[in-house]
Design a protein around this ligand. Structure first.
Ligand code: KIV
Length: 293
């Protein structure tokens, strides 16, 4: 029997029970398998794939088709976590009809269970329309990367009492519009704690301190997969970029010197069976790409 997928109600119950909610991004089948094996209840197919997978300097060029392609791969890789997909730039801001059509595609063609969209009060009517149409929506306020140029860079938001008050209003508007949870990105820990206290829906922080109901991180950042800059808030759970570079350097060296492959990594003619037939007990090495004998 297929395992049951985690629902938005389970995520909300976690808040009610004071159970913290870990979430990370994933962008492909293999990453999703690893995240599921680690037991995380929720995966975000983030439009940060524009940065870490596609090499853009912002999330702005990411399209709905990009998100569908990656979401479908993640869904194939993980049966149990709730899968939330980012609605990319301009796929929901224009009007509610466009938002509905694009959310529909992300759920039908991508197979996600929920969409996430960025913005506060001005975006609340769109959230309402999606929720009324039966779409599970996660909000996202604070630093909203799709608005990077308007915000003047990737800066901490809500540092003044006025902007903090606006963010509290934004959070309430998104909850009121029917979102099941909300991401708080790059805001002071004290403000995130206050919003978490006020809201009944779970808050999922990234660079928002300890007192949110959950945490989300970009997988590449927290695993140290990128060789360049890693944000301060990402934590330092692994150094996979360095590990991979080291492995590749050793591989390249072994190929150059003839140390790889060894006999153990090679296949050999069975001289007893020159007619090409297989012995009954001949091992067949089958991988995901088929037999390799
Ligand atoms: O796209 C993304 O990865 C995100 C997270 C930063 C929350 O939206």
């Amino acid at each position: 029997m297929r395992p049951r997928r985690i629902t938005i109600h389970k995520i909300q119950t976690m808040k009610a029970n004071g159970e913290r909610i870990p979430m990370v991004t994933a962008y492909d089948y293999t990453q999703a398998q690893i995240v599921e094996a680690a037991g995380l209840p929720m995966i975000l197919v983030g439009d940060s794939l524009g940065n870490v997978v596609l090499g853009f300097d912002s999330t702005i060029p990411v399209t709905v088709d990009d998100m569908i392609r990656h979401t479908a791969a993640v869904v194939r890789g993980a049966d149990t976590p709730l899968i939330v997909v980012d609605m990319p730039f301009m796929s929901y801001q224009v009007n509610a009809e466009t938002a509905l059509r694009n959310a529909g595609r992300l759920l039908q063609e991508g197979g996600a269970q929920a969409v996430k969209l960025e913005g506060g009060k001005p975006i609340a009517p769109i959230v309402r329309r999606l929720v009324d149409a039966g779409v599970a929506v996660m909000g996202h306020i604070g630093l909203t990367p799709q608005a990077v140029h308007k915000l003047g860079g990737y800066r901490v938001q809500g540092k003044t009492s006025r902007s903090a008050a606006e963010l509290i209003e934004d959070a309430l508007a998104i909850q009121e519009a029917g979102a099941f949870a909300i991401v708080l990105e790059l805001i002071p820990a004290e403000l995130a704690a206050e919003i978490t206290e006020i809201l009944s829906i779970p808050t999922i922080g990234i660079g928002a301190g300890l007192h949110t109901d959950g945490q989300v991180q970009v997988l590449y950042d927290m695993l140290g997969l990128s060789l360049g800059f890693t944000p301060k808030h990402a934590g330092n759970y692994a150094n996979l970029g360095e590990t991979a570079r080291d492995a590749l350097e050793r591989y390249a060296e072994d190929v150059k010197t003839g140390a790889f492959p060894t006999s153990a990594q090679s296949f050999h003619v069975d001289r007893q069976r020159a007619d090409g037939s297989k012995a009954d007990d001949a091992p067949t090495v089958a991988g995901p790409y088929g037999s390799s004998d």
